[in-house]
Design a protein around this ligand. Structure first.
Ligand SMILES: CC(C)(COP(=O)(O)OP(=O)(O)OC[C@H]1O[C@@H](n2cnc3c(N)ncnc32)[C@H](O)[C@@H]1OP(=O)(O)O)[C@@H](O)C(=O)NCCC(=O)NCCS
Length: 191
């Protein structure tokens, strides 16, 4: 079921994308996308559980007009921010929606006080790996058989010192090259 009326073939730019906090009412659309992009999609129940951990999790949606076209999630553990999920509706992939989500979550993690970002990605998911590498993530190890349904290995990637000038310069360069526009602020963390 497609729950929107947006013309999906129209040309869009990253500046048309707005980042907002994920809400429970978004989960119908999010689980629709989830089912299209992952072999073992998260259920609404998993998202609800994540959303209930307000202090250590941050989930966002990317909106084009009223339609949700992507989403991301981060888990904060001490100085590390772990990207738990990032996905874009297949109809909108390769139009820099994923980059807008990354751009936003990187600065949100810096605001939160994180020093490093990490994630796991399937060995076969080269498109996602390319996006992460473009933002300065490096592969540092492998988790054998991490994805149980096909026993696929995960590559562990890290970006270190995310509040330092080298990383921020790199992110700013990517943002300029992809015309991501200004960083999207969506939440002010309590200090
Ligand atoms: C990974 C994902 C979020 C990327 O979102 P996206 O909006 O398509 O990515 P972007 O358009 O911002 O791509 C940024 C850059 O990453 C690289 N990239 C992204 N997808 C790629 C692909 N399929 N093949 C090759 N390179 C790719 C490109 O360098 C791209 O820049 P360019 O288009 O200017 O060349 C999206 O493909 C997705 O939802 N995949 C399914 C879910 C998933 O795998 N999530 C990651 C789990 S670890």
């Amino acid at each position: 079921m497609v729950s929107n009326t947006t013309d999906r073939s129209r040309s869009i730019t990253p500046r048309d994308i707005h980042i907002e906090a994920m809400r429970k009412k978004d989960l119908v659309r999010i689980t629709e996308i989830e089912a299209q992009v992952y072999p073992t999609p998260w259920s609404a129940r998993v998202f609800l559980s994540e959303l209930s951990h307000r202090r250590e999790r941050s989930y966002s949606v990317a909106r084009l007009d009223s339609e949700i076209v992507g989403y991301s999630g981060v888990m904060y553990i001490l100085e590390d921010a772990h990207i738990t999920n990032i996905a874009v509706d297949p109809a909108y992939q390769r139009r820099h929606v994923g980059s807008v989500l990354m751009h936003s979550l990187i600065f949100e993690a810096i605001d939160y006080g994180s020093k490093n970002l990490t994630l796991e990605v399937r060995v076969s998911n080269q498109g996602a790996q390319r996006m992460y590498q473009s933002f300065g993530f490096m592969p540092v190890g492998v988790r054998k058989g991490y994805y149980q349904e096909n026993n696929e290995d995960a590559i562990i990637m890290w970006a270190y010192d995310i509040d330092g000038p080298a990383f921020i310069d790199r992110v700013n360069e990517v943002a300029a090259a992809r015309s991501l526009g200004p960083r999207r602020r969506r939440r002010r963390w309590p200090l």
